[in-house]
Design a protein around this ligand. Structure first.
Ligand code: 5GP
Ligand code: MN
Length: 323
């Protein structure tokens, strides 16, 4: 799965791993970097090795070198694996990609790749169901797998409200719910499970850091390392904050700039026809989806934000024409 794994990266990988284990395969699940605390309840997460963790790195390398198949879930460019990308690239095993991001690299022998899919977990669900046509859902997907896949679909659709929600999404979720898991509990564990400090930090960001530029229908927030330290804010606590910008009337693009360990990470969100993926890939070495993308910058936070502000005029027409 990709670095800084979200519920779709983890949920799709764990669901797929569970299926392969059920079929008698020996499976290792690897994430390049650690996951956030609100995902630590996902069934099977204790098996996940973190490549960045000193204790896990050697075994990750060995497993990848010895693998007969490497399944790449929820990413389609190897740079999303950070340092692990080179290890995967050099591995002799065939690669299989399951992903829904735009503009994939062609490193995989098999690609289950569909940008129309709301989540990678949706693709894993369809793959399992299509491989065993005629089986009842409970014969191929157990409650724990369903929870993992549901978590991925729920989060990548913004709790079933984004433009990527299709009839297939609801049909998949209805089928998964037949396994009997508690969907409301999954939502609560992910979204209503924050330390008090996250809400207090959010209060600070919304009251002091949210800037709106009405003439570009854009909102943005800039969080420096000093602020994150002052609020003792972990990566999990900044997750999702970018979405608040879109709650402002008339705003169609929101950006969040975060300075962490000297690196600038940027999150972009948009609505309708405006593509933040183009903006992220043209100016911030990133990518993602049309309405949700991310990027990085090696410049200072001020230079990065200035660059963002200086390219905004070239997107003015596209921003103003969003319905
Ligand atoms: P987030 O803002 O939640 O980190 O990322 C939003 C979306 O953009 C996700 O689908 C993620 O895969 C993609 N994304 C985030 N950062 C990067 C990046 O550095 N490179 C690419 N290619 N995609 C990214
Ligand atoms: Mn995804």
């Amino acid at each position: 799965m990709h670095r800084d794994p979200d519920a779709d990266a983890l949920g799709s990988s764990l669901g797929w791993a569970s299926y392969l284990i059920q079929k008698g395969h020996a499976v290792t699940v690897i994430s390049p970097t650690d996951y956030t605390a609100n995902l630590a309840w996902l069934p099977g997460i204790e098996q996940v090795l973190i490549y960045e963790r000193a204790g896990d790195q050697r075994i990750c390398k060995t497993k990848i070198e010895e693998a007969s198949l490497i399944c790449c879930l929820d990413f389609s460019v190897l740079s999303r694996l950070k340092d692990l990308g080179k290890v995967v690239q050099d591995a002799k095993a065939d690669k299989m990609m399951i992903d829904h991001h735009l503009e994939p690299e062609h490193f995989a022998k098999w690609m289950i790749w569909d940008t129309y899919a709301a989540a990678t977990a949706q693709l894993v669900y369809s793959l399992i169901r299509e491989m065993e046509p005629g089986a009842a859902v409970t014969d191929v997907i157990n409650k724990s797998m369903a929870e993992c896949l549901y978590a991925g679909i729920m989060t990548d659709t913004g709790s079933f409200r984004h433009a990527n929600v299709t009839p297939e999404v609801h049909l998949a979720v209805a089928d998964l719910m037949l396994t009997g898991f508690d969907a409301s509990r999954v939502h609560r564990l992910i979204y209503d499970n924050a330390p008090l400090s996250r809400l207090q930090f959010l209060g600070y960001v919304l009251s002091q850091k949210l800037i709106v530029i009405p003439e570009f229908r854009t909102a943005y927030m800039v969080l420096t390392e000093a602020e994150l330290i002052r609020y003792n804010s972990s990566p999990g606590e900044t997750e999702g904050i970018v979405n608040y910008g879109l709650q402002v009337e008339n705003v169609v693009m929101s950006a969040l700039f975060i300075e962490r360990k000297g690196e600038i990470k940027i999150s972009f969100r948009s609505v309708g026809g405006f593509s933040v993926r183009d903006l992220a890939s043209s100016h911030f070495s990133g990518g993602g989806h049309k309405n949700a993308s991310g990027g990085r910058s090696e410049q200072s936070i001020k230079e990065t934000v200035d660059r963002f502000l200086s390219v905004l005029p070239s997107y003015r027409e596209a921003l103003l024409s969003v319905d």
